[in-house]
Design a protein around this ligand. Sequence first.
Ligand code: ADP
Ligand code: ADP
Length: 232
Amino acid sequence: PVAIEAIELVKDYGSGDAAVHALRGVNVRFEQGKFTAIMGPSGSGKSTLMHTLAGLDAATSGRIMFGGKDLTRMNDNELTLLRRHRIGFIFQSFNLLPMFTAEQNILMPLTLAGAKPDRAWFDMLAATLGLTDRLSHRPNELSGGQQQRVAIARALVTKPDLVFADEPTGNLDSVSSAEVLGFLKRSVKELGQTIIMVTHDAVAASYADRAIVFADGRIVADVDRPDADIMN
Ligand code: ADP
Ligand code: ADP
């Protein structure tokens, strides 16, 4: 089954002669339970695709089908609910709250939504991400790799259908990167998540089931089981 699909997706910034064509009619389907890497040079449209798919940025034209609905036709309330309950985000800079423990950070999306945690799911996430003995630590007591694993647990705590990761290993050394990518790969396999990850790094992309390469607002390559050597 298809988790999310973009149809003739166009995004312009500005208009007229000064317009920047960030997405020039992108057609792409992301299958449920797959880990896809989006690659391509700086300025090629990767972030714009991610932001429009997540409903953070309005498309200029085209459709985005998610769960049988066209996301481009949703109002702000519907989009907020969608992001809160069905989409998870992982950022390059972790974005953890320094005053709160790892556990409180992980539970934050539920706390903000006033929702009760599923304790079994939480415990499973913490164990899968190797955080069980770090839950009472604050972010500054954790390594970069551990902080990013907390951020991944936070992204998954609401059991989202879809997870967007924006350069999740951009601030990590190679050992922590391998760890984080290994967990993303496992979470696709074991928890059935759909993950869309923007990365500059061919090694990071090689953990994905599929890699899409952007250039100048268009998809120029789409490969299954990307190999780090081929992607370079
Ligand atoms: P990437 O993520 O691949 O680096 P982006 O999606 O950020 O690419 O950018 C695609 C194009 O859109 C670039 O030319 C960029 O300068 C432009 N762009 C991105 N965001 C904005 C914005 N808020 N206003 C104007 N232009 C933008
Ligand atoms: P990782 O393999 O997760 O990147 P490191 O090898 O960087 O971990 O760190 C080893 C241990 O040192 C970690 O368990 C962590 O608790 C602790 N640690 C790392 N960085 C910091 C820091 N900036 N402040 C406090 N403790 C840290």
